[in-house]
Design a protein around this ligand. Structure first.
Ligand code: PGA
Length: 252
């Protein structure tokens, strides 16, 4: 089964309002009318509506970087899935390593968010990935498989079409130290095998697994050429429209 590549830009806590609008417009122009690759941008929450307006009518979709698992109420500082949908989000990133390791999100919290997002009908990008010391201790597969297994606990096969998994080795994020295509492929294949065990061969063959961690235009092609790499979750390089577009083109 051929999977359509999916390139998403995670802007993290960057840009200004005017800069976000400018970047979004430039990405929409660069991406143009191609539909070989799915493309999304994930700006900071406060700029979602403005960025949504800037990309309206284009082939670029809107995503958020996080959400909470309740609809509303006394949860100071949090934002619900429904609020994200209300401003036009199609995707939400959940379980990003910066949220896991800087902000203390556990696998169980990530799982509650995943379940809520899917029951509300938004598409999920579930991030997983090992720390450097875990890789060096030979624990990569254990860590990643646990994150996938717990992250997806209770998710039914019928909604797996709305799930993208992003494998992001933490040591490669924002460091310029990209995983080799072989290192990434090895983990992607293991994730796909696990999805097969959990949901069957057809779902495993259809599930998109993005690579993330220092992806840029110059290294994207060899990563995207790997059999089990179905796109990229891009941080730093998504903040420049031409660089981001270069990654999209590498997938065409
Ligand atoms: P990076 O970030 O491309 O800047 O390494 C990737 C990510 O954290 O999603």
């Amino acid at each position: 089964m051929s999977r359509k590549l999916f390139i998403a830009g995670n802007w993290k806590m960057n840009t200004t309002r005017s800069g976000a609008i400018e970047l979004a417009r430039a990405v929409a122009v660069e991406v143009g009318s191609q539909d070989q690759v799915d493309v999304a941008v994930c700006p900071p929450l406060v700029y979602l509506a403005d960025v949504g307006a800037a990309i309206a009518g284009s082939r670029v979709a809107l995503g958020a970087q996080n959400a909470y698992f309740e609809n509303e109420g006394a949860f100071t500082g949090e934002v619900s899935i429904r609020m994200l949908q209300d401003v036009g989000c199609r995707y939400v990133i959940l379980g990003h390593s910066e949220r896991r390791h800087l902000l203390g999100e556990s696998d169980e919290i990530v799982n509650r968010k995943v379940l809520k997002a899917l029951s509300d009908g938004i598409d999920v990008i579930l991030c997983v990935g090992e720390l450097l010391e875990q890789r060096e201790a030979g624990q990569t597969m254990d860590v990643v498989q646990r994150q996938v297994r717990i992250g997806l606990e209770g998710v039914s096969q019928t909604v797996m079409a709305k799930v993208t998994i992003a494998y992001e080795p933490v040591w490669a994020i924002g460091t310029g130290r990209v995983a080799t295509p072989a290192q990434a492929q090895e983990v992607h294949a293991a994730i796909r095998e696990l999805v097969g065990k959990l949901y069957g061969a057809q779902t495993a063959a259809a599930t998109r697994i993005q690579y993330g961690g220092s992806v840029k235009a110059s290294n994207a092609a060899e990563l995207l050429a790997q059999e089990d790499i179905d796109g990229a979750l891009v941080g730093g390089a998504s903040l420049k429209a031409t660089e981001f577009a270069g990654i999209v083109r590498a997938g065409m």
